[in-house]
Design a protein around this ligand. Structure first.
Ligand code: NAP
Length: 279
């Protein structure tokens, strides 16, 4: 794999994929909606994934060996669902392998623990768009990898890290839910796994998240302890009682995928207690 195109290259995950691909000696092309500097000499080109022709042009022009599709917009179906179909069509036209990043939000949480064989049952518009994207990608390119992940953490860019810090320093108020449970993944582990899956003879759904199922409140406590900050600003709450819509407890069973990877997917209790792990 020598030429990698990363969509969403200016995003929290995309930036780390770009950095790792550069470190592996790849030529890297980054694209994003607004463009801008990413890492090293990589400057993201402005490409809106909602524009099918623009996506086709950049992919056939760049002729990548691998496309890692991270771009999404939580509240925009056209970006998340249609955009993923456009990227899959463009990657196929360019003869590139595709690793499509999906999410545990395709699940409702009714079963709590989900394997790669479980079918999506989304309960939010964002989850429905990610599920639609999975279906489009698999139909357009059955050889694509669909990598479902969970809460992405481990860098100062992480919205969850920023929220915990805002609660700890009093610039924000609110609760951290004890019944909102996910399997966070370190962004560097996720990026490494995506590139490894891109090089592997793999296709179809893979689960790429950490082995520790933790609540938002436990994440807050772990971040406070790691950073030596008093946890007084952290207030526990119940998502069920608050009525905030969306899945409560969703755990990706990653054992099968982890068994195929050299990349070790660390658990949140491990990487959030190690100050050296913070990017
Ligand atoms: N963050 C999490 O906890 C989490 C959990 C599960 C799954 N995921 C998945 O991980 C992936 C990456 O998430 P992230 O946290 O890195 O996202 P992020 O930081 O919000 O970055 C989103 C990226 O998508 C780009 N983008 C948005 N709309 C676009 C459009 N219409 N056309 C082209 N590019 C567009 C943005 O470009 P601009 O900067 O130029 O606007 C940005 O580069 C997503 O597929 C998401 O579903 C994330």
């Amino acid at each position: 794999m020598s030429r990698v195109l990363v969509t969403g290259a200016t995003g929290a995950l995309g930036r780390v994929v770009v950095r790792q691909a550069l470190a592996q000696g790849c030529d890297v092309v980054g694209v994003s909606r607004r463009g801008g500097p990413v890492a090293g000499r990589v400057e993201a080109e402005r490409v809106d994934v909602r524009d099918r022709d623009a996506v086709q042009r950049v992919l056939t022009g760049a002729r990548p060996d691998l496309v890692v599709h991270t771009a999404y917009a939580q509240d925009d179906w056209a970006t998340t669902a249609d955009g993923s179909a456009h990227v899959a069509l463009g990657a196929r036209a360019a003869g590139a392998r595709l690793v499509h990043v999906s999410s545990d939000v395709v699940f409702s949480g009714a079963r709590v623990t989900y394997s790669e064989r479980d079918l999506p049952d989304p309960v939010s518009p964002y989850g429905a768009a990610k599920a639609a994207a999975e279906t489009a990608v698999a139909a357009i390119d059955p050889s694509a990898v669909i990598a479902r992940t969970s809460l992405v953490m481990g860098s100062r860019d992480s919205p969850m890290e920023r929220r915990v810090h805002a609660l700890l320093d009093g610039t924000a108020t609110g609760e951290l839910f004890t019944d909102d449970i996910r399997c966070p993944v370190h962004v560097a582990d996720l990026a490494s796994a995506l590139l490894e899956l891109g090089r592997a003879d793999a296709s179809g759904v893979r689960h790429v998240a950490g082995p520790d199922a933790v609540s938002r409140f436990e994440i807050g406590e772990l971040v406070a302890a790691r950073d030596g900050l008093p946890p007084a600003g952290l207030r526990p709450g119940s998502r069920r009682a608050s009525g905030v819509p969306g899945p409560l407890d969703v755990r990706l069973d990653c054992a099968w995928t982890q068994g195929q990877l050299r990349t070790v997917l660390r658990g949140a209790r491990t990487f959030l207690s190690d100050p050296e792990a913070l990017l």
